[in-house]
Ligand binder design. Structure first.
Ligand code: AMP
Length: 613
């Protein structure tokens, strides 16, 4: 049987899973029939894990125990700007982890960010398995093009915890371009403008006869719908404070309702000129006074509040065109991706900037997952005639004397790629050297992302400058960095691992994989219990329905009385097992119930035949 590898767009706001079936890429809907699933995780009061729509439905009443937009934090450090901003603005509790990473608290449980993403990926795995009827163990997962190594590694770890081998990480705009050009034999230069819930990316690609070559990419991993929501919320909070003197910032429940209403108004304003933000009973003061919020918001006001955010994306487009060496006039098409591109001002500014009407043929919510599925199919099925050439969004290098950044691999280099650097000792009898591996564009090492550091030891004692060690840095097709070192004198390879700070150690990861497997077993067992419970109840109902006919037909005979007594005993036993929620015993009882129903049906059938004669 062909291997089923799915494509997953793990989004800040929504997640989407797709697969190629008989050569056609398709989105797999979830149990509720929705084609995307909210990227939300919560714990109910009883400690039950809720993911997707179940989590979203209870967010207004349980904001402090519902995690959304975890993607904004994945692979980030506690002391990063992103960490601080989210901590100040979200209703859930975030704290520093043991490795300087970020941890999230839901009720009395503390989770790492990759774990939260893993819960979402696990949900997508289950959606795909329910659709395909077979286990799904591999996936291609997309990330924003501008994600750095730590963020990519953390996403891969999330897949591993979820029980999915992430066979390839691909960039979201590149995936979108794959879906856009798939099967069309195009020869075009396109820009993909991707503004989602949490991130912005733009890529310039050359597409030609099955080859998708990214020429350049740029973005901002902390710019998306969430920033737009914050602007609207700020406006509403300030207006409310002016009118009533009440500061809503400390009222968690009110803040969650405001966020929800801000996003809804924003979306409504994509197709209407005016929306009303209506939040009755928003706040109750300590003295018991109740406050309601009712505030009109026009499209023009929204544009005024968020225009500069859109301008930031346009500046990034300028930058990526410049580094691609491509003039706007050379572009044949602009593809819009991400829910935020439904905002009319975004569409207008993109059309103005690129001087082309953006392509309307793709669904901005699904195109990334479809592209991931296309890449997945191409990786497992060698028949596919498709080649993807992506680039690294960030330069890779090391820190050198004076705290400067020495680039070894330039940004926008096609991946996979590798580069070597020869180090020599700087002191006499130096036996070790410390290397800091960094990713970023600043000349100052401290301003770039530290991917890892290692000490190269065991060097021969010799006068300075005599011992040479070649360190090779490589970036895989997933955009993930690894490092190898070779003592040029002896030819001895040193094994070095740059521990990407996904926030988890290997031991922690192994433990989480185990926990996740145990959770799945428990979940399957509880699903099985539910299935058996429903079957039992249905069979008991049938027995009760048929009983009067059977009594009429058989109660006069001893055999009949025995059969009815036996049936009643089977029903009593089943009811006891239902009350005890004993799955194994229910399994056995199901057979007895089934036999009883068949026997009862038989008798009822014979009785009706006899009556007809
Ligand atoms: P994505 O990450 O692609 O799922 O995009 C989600 C973001 O798109 C969220 O911030 C949504 O509020 C936003 N969004 C979805 N639909 C619309 C719409 N009709 N108008 C404006 N923004 C939207």
């Amino acid at each position: 049987m062909a291997e089923h590898v799915v494509g997953i767009d793990l989004g800040t706001t929504n997640t989407c899973v797709a697969i190629v079936e008989q050569g056609v890429p398709k989105v797999i809907p979830n149990k509720g029939g929705y084609r995307t699933t909210p990227s939300m995780v919560a714990l109910s009061e009883s400690g039950r894990r809720l993911v997707g729509h179940l989590a979203k439905r209870q967010v207004l009443t349980n904001p402090q125990n519902t995690i959304y937009a975890a993607k904004r934090l994945i692979g980030r450090k506690w002391n990063s700007t992103a960490g601080r901003t989210v901590a100040q603005t979200c209703p859930y509790t975030i704290a520093e982890g043991p490795h300087g990473d970020i941890r999230l608290k839901i009720r009395d449980q503390v989770y790492s960010v990759p774990e939260i993403s893993a819960f979402i990926l696990q949900e997508m795995k289950m959606i795909a398995e329910a659709h395909l009827g077979v286990p799904v163990e591999k996936a291609v997962v997309t990330v924003p093009a501008y994600f750095n190594d730590n963020q990519r590694q953390a996403t891969k770890d999330a897949g591993r915890i979820a029980g999915l081998e992430v066979i390839r990480i691909i960039n979201e705009p590149t995936a979108a371009a794959l879906a856009y050009g798939f099967g069309k034999n195009l020869e075009r230069k396109v820009a993909v403008y991707d503004l989602g819930g949490g991130t912005f990316d733009v890529s310039i690609l050359a597409i030609g006869h099955g080859v998708f070559e990214v020429i350049s990419t740029a973005g901002d991993t902390f710019l998306g719908g969430e920033n737009f929501d914050l602007r609207v919320m700020q406006y509403l909070i300030e207006t409310f404070e002016e009118d009533t003197g009440v500061n809503l910032r400390e009222d968690r429940m009110a803040m969650q309702r405001l966020k929800d209403a801000a996003e809804k108004a924003r979306c409504d304003l994509s197709s209407a000129r005016e929306a009303i933000v209506d939040l009755p009973f928003l706040h109750t003061s300590p003295s018991g006074k109740v406050f309601h919020l009712q505030e009109p918001l026009t499209q023009q006001q929204l544009e005024g509040l968020t225009e500069d955010l859109i301008e930031q994306t346009i500046k990034i487009c300028e930058r990526t065109l410049a580094s691609a060496g491509v003039d706007r006039k050379q572009l044949d098409d602009v593809v819009l991706v991400g829910g935020m591109t439904r905002m009319p001002l975004v569409q207008r500014r993109v059309a103005e900037f690129f001087a082309i009407e953006p392509c309307k043929g793709v669904n901005p919510d699904e195109v990334v997952a479809l592209g991931a599925a296309i890449q997945a199919a191409a990786l497992v099925d060698e028949q596919h005639d498709l080649l993807l050439l992506d680039v690294t969004p960030h330069s890779l290098g090391i820190m050198i004397v004076g705290g400067y950044f020495h680039r070894l691999i330039e940004q926008n280099t096609t991946i996979p790629t590798r580069a070597g650097h020869v180090f020599t000792t700087v002191r006499d009898n130096q036996t070790s050297v410390k290397i800091l591996v960094l990713q970023g564009e600043s000349e100052k090492a401290a301003e770039n992302e530290l991917l890892g550091e290692f000490i190269l030891s065991g060097l021969r004692k010799a006068p300075r400058g005599q011992v040479e060690v070649e360190v090779t840095f490589s970036i895989s097709v997933d955009g993930i960095v690894s490092v190898a070192a070779k003592d040029l004198e002896t030819g001895r390879e040193q094994c070095i691992t740059v521990t990407a700070t996904s926030g988890l150690t290997e031991d922690e990861l192994k433990e989480l994989v185990k926990q996740s497997q145990a959770y799945m077993i428990e979940l399957r067992a509880s699903e099985e219990l539910e299935r058996r419970r429903q079957q039992c109840e249905k069979l008991i109902d049938s027995i009760r329905e048929l009983l009067p006919q059977v009594q009429e037909a058989m109660s006069g005979t001893r055999f009949g009385r025995d059969a009815i007594a036996k049936a009643e005993a089977v029903v009593r036993r089943a009811e006891g097992e239902l009350a005890r929620a004993d799955a194994r015993a229910l399994g056995d009882t199901l057979e007895s119930l089934d036999r009883t129903v068949s026997m009862f049906r038989n008798v009822a059938h014979k009785r009706s035949e006899a009556a007809q004669r």
